[in-house]
Design a protein around this ligand. Structure first.
Ligand code: FES
Length: 358
């Protein structure tokens, strides 16, 4: 008997870089929240039956995730019982029986429930040429061309971003990914009405009750971060620790901090907190101490120890976060960014909150 694996549960592991790719691919399940700098699972997707018809999109989103944090469980069902996808069919469903991608899908599935056959015919990506042209302009102009254009039918997330001040804007990549959504959301009402924690609690509660799962199992099931909201302020220890660094040296202790990691860099006359997000398309560069530079693995952008871009496609320096002293302790506040708008635009770094003078 032919079987297929259908997604019953989906969640996001720690490490999301809020790149928007998952929401672009499967907006029914994933919602990017730029205010919180995180991505959540929509409450509707807490229901296994809701997810099953969306199996292909969910798996595609997981495979496209640049940091591989989207996880899912599957269940094997008779191929004859596979529900039809709820989305308007842009492509014929005839290829649905082709099991050409099961190995990739299985590798993404939870280890407890290995997936097997999953049909995943490629979904056509429709990108308006006008939007593509804007994207090119956006990259060159640091993201603001798009924000200032009055495009009709923009998603709410973009409309919201258009009201933000430049220092609140995310990297260019995020704009691009959001704009690649070619159609408006189907259920904007439920999205607006979504009260995050309350809805999640009620939603998961229903799932637990219906399934008769134990409290312990339910807690473990819920533990993966459907929502991750962190304090934007990070206490980074004594100033003396950073005074002991040589100019040009980089502290990587806070690179893994969620949701926005940073490096603390020692310059000749100041200490600064530099965002770890590449200003090209949002990957995470590596600090190469021997070469004394940050190097992005995705497209080769290079940044000097102070974050200024000097090679590759990155259009501007790495962003900086507010940094200040509380007594002897260094505090980094990620709710405030100092954004450069061009290759050598470091003017905002002179703001007193952008560094600690030493
Ligand atoms: Fe393209 Fe960093 S994301 S160079």
């Amino acid at each position: 008997m032919a079987t297929k694996a259908l997604v019953t549960k989906v969640w996001i592991d720690p490490g999301c870089i809020v790149c928007d790719a998952c929401e672009t691919t499967c907006p029914e399940v994933f919602e990017v929240q730029h205010d919180n700098e995180t991505c959540i699972i929509r409450p509707e997707a807490l229901d296994a039956e809701f997810n099953k018809p969306l199996t292909e999109s969910i798996i595609e989103a997981a495979e496209e995730c640049p940091v591989d944090v989207i996880k899912f469980d599957t269940v094997e069902v008779d191929a004859a019982d596979v529900p039809a996808a709820p989305k308007p069919a842009a492509a014929p469903a005839a290829g649905a029986a082709d099991a050409s991608e099961p190995a990739t899908a299985a590798a993404k599935a939870s280890p407890e429930k290995p997936a097997s056959k999953v049909a995943a015919p490629p979904k056509p990506k429709v990108v308006d040429p006008a939007i593509q042209a804007l994207l090119a302009a956006t990259t060159v102009r640091g993201g603001h061309a798009v924000i200032n254009q009055g495009i009709q039918d923009l998603p709410d997330s973009i409309k919201h971003m258009s009201k933000l001040s430049p220092d609140k804007l995310p990297p260019d990549a995020r704009h691009q990914k959001v704009l690649q959504k070619s159609s408006p959301k189907k259920d904007e009402t439920s999205r607006r009405d979504f009260v995050v924690l309350g809805a999640l609690t009620v939603g998961w509660g229903s799932v637990a009750a219906a399934g008769g799962v134990s409290t312990l199992a339910f807690a473990r099931f819920m533990a993966p971060n459907v929502l991750e909201v962190e304090d934007p302020k990070v206490r980074c220890g004594s100033l003396a620790k950073y005074l002991a660094m040589a100019p040009g040296e980089v502290n990587e202790d806070y690179k893994p901090v969620k949701p926005s990691g940073f490096w603390i860099v020692r310059e000749e006359e100041r200490i600064a907190a530099v965002s770890i997000i590449c200003t090209h398309l949002g990957c995470i560069p590596s600090w190469l101490p021997n070469d004394r530079k940050f190097k992005c693995p995705c497209h080769g952008s290079g940044f000097k120890p102070n974050g200024v871009n000097f090679e590759g496609p990155a259009p501007r320096p790495l962003e900086r976060f507010k940094i200040y002293l509380d007594g002897d302790d260094v505090i980094v506040d990620r709710s405030k960014k100092f954004l450069a708008m061009g290759p050598n635009d470091t003017a905002k770094w002179n703001d007193p909150e952008a560094s600690i003078p030493v």
